[in-house]
Design a binder for this molecule. Structure first.
Ligand SMILES: [Zn+2]
Length: 383
């Protein structure tokens, strides 16, 4: 027996595994034959503020740029959403190029990839708009678009709300999209909602239009160029401390008087990061930064660009109950962490999830660094 035999055998196994692994990996990655540049997304809740329905309606117009000649297939992600009718492909003059029959689309459940087979190949370096109409589910498992509720103190009524968690692979639960972090695009969000609820999203509200039947549509500003996992919105009966077009802490009305501390810390943290990095927050490309609070949330906070969503426990300090030193320290750290992601992760983003640790490493470092920089009286005790 040759002593190199086992080594050669081991190398052969490693090589074949890496080839198999590479193949599997590429199956999960989208082709770069087209590049999405803009999503015009409308999400409409059904039902009224007291009786919301589980199904929501969606419409998305995705502007695409063909990067190759003779593109015959477009593949993107969707998960648990139903495409209602044919998809339409338009050219950049707004003329229809192709009506893509719903039944001709193919879907791979394993990779959550939807492929459209085109009869008219795309021309390289031309822009197109792809339109989908679909329905999705307001979920309960704190992924995609999900519901939460709380009991209003004065009335004892159950108040319903809906919010999002797109990271990591959940944007595809809310709209058909190219759901990879490197495929950054700009987004414009429109939220249809019943009277009695309000919507917030990544950017400032531009206008609200009356849709009739006691329903309204909120139209938000275009986002900076960003990854799909950073898109967010919340629909609730909220009250804002501060200016929704600038900086505000958003909570249920019962908690309005318990958000002074998080509002003060948020302002300090945002300003201090801007000075430290010589790049004020608005210069990153978004004027608005909202901190919003939910009774149900899967993490302490999620760094959606312009709309950081938190658990109630982070933003709400109840005098004499949850406003002690440890609670305030927790609040400062989490706010510093999530806000630092506006610079580390949102403005500058990892190419693929295997580099996600870079995001969190920078944010974790600045969580502690900034907590010591912020001029809050509790910090004295840390030194
Ligand atoms: Zn983080």
């Amino acid at each position: 027996m040759n002593s190199l035999g086992p080594v050669i055998w081991l190398l052969a196994v490693i090589l074949s595994l890496s080839v198999i692994g590479g193949g599997e990996c590429s199956d999960y990655r989208l082709s770069r034959n087209v590049l999405p540049t803009f999503y015009d997304l409308t999400i409409s809740l059904r039902g009224d503020a007291e009786n919301p329905e589980e199904i929501f309606d969606g419409e998305v117009k995705i502007t695409l740029h063909a990067l190759q000649a003779n593109v015959q297939q477009i593949t993107l992600h969707k998960d648990n959403i139903d495409i209602l009718s044919n998809a339409q492909l338009y050219n950049d003059a707004g003329l229809i190029v192709e009506d893509i029959v719903n039944t001709s689309m193919t879907y791979k459940q394993e990779t959550q990839q939807l492929t459209l087979h085109l009869e008219q190949p795309l021309v390289a370096m031309q822009s197109y708009v792809l339109l989908f109409k679909y329905t999705g589910i307001v979920r309960t498992d704190m992924t995609g678009l999900f519901s939460a509720s709380y009991i209003e103190e004065q009335t004892g009524k159950t108040k319903w709300m809906a919010l999002t968690q797109m990271q990591r692979l959940n944007a595809r639960l809310v709209f058909p999209c190219f759901d990879e972090p490197a495929l950054k695009a700009k987004f414009q969000v429109h939220i249809g909602r019943p009277n009695g609820l309000n919507a917030i999203s990544n950017t400032k509200l531009l206008e609200t239009t009356d849709d009739g039947h006691n329903r309204f549509v909120d139209h938000f500003d275009v986002t900076p160029l960003m990854s799909t996992y950073l898109l967010a919105f919340m629909i609730s009966d909220y009250k804002a401390r501060g200016n929704l077009s600038d900086f505000a802490v958003v909570s249920r009305p019962d908690y309005y008087n318990k958000t002074q501390f998080s509002y003060q810390v948020g302002q300090q943290v945002m300003s201090a990061f801007g000075k430290l990095f010589h790049q004020p927050y608005p210069d990153l490309g978004n004027q608005a930064l909202l901190y919003a609070s939910s009774p149900r949330f899967p993490h302490n906070g999620m760094e959606n660009w312009g709309l950081i969503l938190y658990k109630d426990a982070v933003l709400v300090q109840d005098p004499g109950y949850t406003d002690g030193w440890e609670d305030q320290e927790y609040c400062i750290r989490i706010l510093a962490h999530e806000t630092s992601h506006m610079w580390f992760g949102n403005s500058v983003t990892f190419k693929w999830w295997s580099y996600f640790w870079l995001n969190e490493a920078f944010a974790r470092y600045y969580e502690y660094f900034m907590a010591h920089q912020v001029n809050v009286h509790t910090i004295i005790y840390w030194c």
